[in-house]
Ligand binder design. Structure first.
Ligand code: ADP
Ligand code: MG
Length: 160
């Protein structure tokens, strides 16, 4: 586990760029945080760093967007989902169980039982210090990403 503070949208863009430089294909990344925390901004910058050229918007209504960059990026937003059945219908488990490309999930906490065993988690909180200050907490579930989190910590803290 490690944390990183940002005090503006631009600093969050920079942080996401650093993560984009290190993230590997096959990663599931869960992004928690209240409305307006910065989840979608983070995903946009991550996707652009991975070579996505088109628009990146939160799939609140269509539930999943797919982008083509140096690899495929599957962007889920579970905010509006109500039942586990709907999750199954959109093929969520096929994407998350043996992920190809990179799978990013906003509002993973809506379906905690449906998440894969291994994933990277970023929780974003407003610190309250200023309107724009955010705390990013990086952690992981399972064993698979433990080494990655350590490498990312070193990279982020030396490039920040
Ligand atoms: P979410 O997807 O978590 O609901 P968004 O990424 O859509 O949130 O929106 C975050 C909003 O907060 C944007 O309008 C952004 O400009 C603003 N903002 C202010 N400070 C920050 C910060 N430090 N990091 C990220 N976003 C910030
Ligand atoms: Mg969002």
């Amino acid at each position: 586990m490690f944390t990183c503070m940002t005090s503006s949208p631009e600093e969050t863009v920079h942080l996401a760029e650093l993560v984009g430089q290190k993230i590997r294909e096959g990663t599931v990344l869960c992004l928690e945080g209240d409305l307006g925390a910065g989840k979608t901004l983070f995903v946009q910058s991550l996707a652009h760093t991975l070579g996505v050229e088109g628009e990146v918007t939160s799939p609140t209504f269509n539930l999943m967007n797919v982008y083509e960059g140096i690899c495929r990026i599957y962007h889920f937003d579970l905010y509006r989902l109500e039942t586990e059945e709907e999750l199954e219908d959109i093929g969520f488990y096929e994407y998350t169980e043996e992920p190809e490309g990179i799978v990013v999930i906003e509002w993973p906490d809506k379906f905690p039982e449906s998440l894969p065993e291994d994933y990277v988690k970023i929780s974003i909180e407003r610190t309250g210090e200023t309107e724009n200050s955010r705390r990013f907490m990086f952690s992981c579930a399972g064993e698979k990403y433990q080494e990655f989190i350590k490498e990312l910590e070193t990279f982020v803290h030396t490039s920040h």
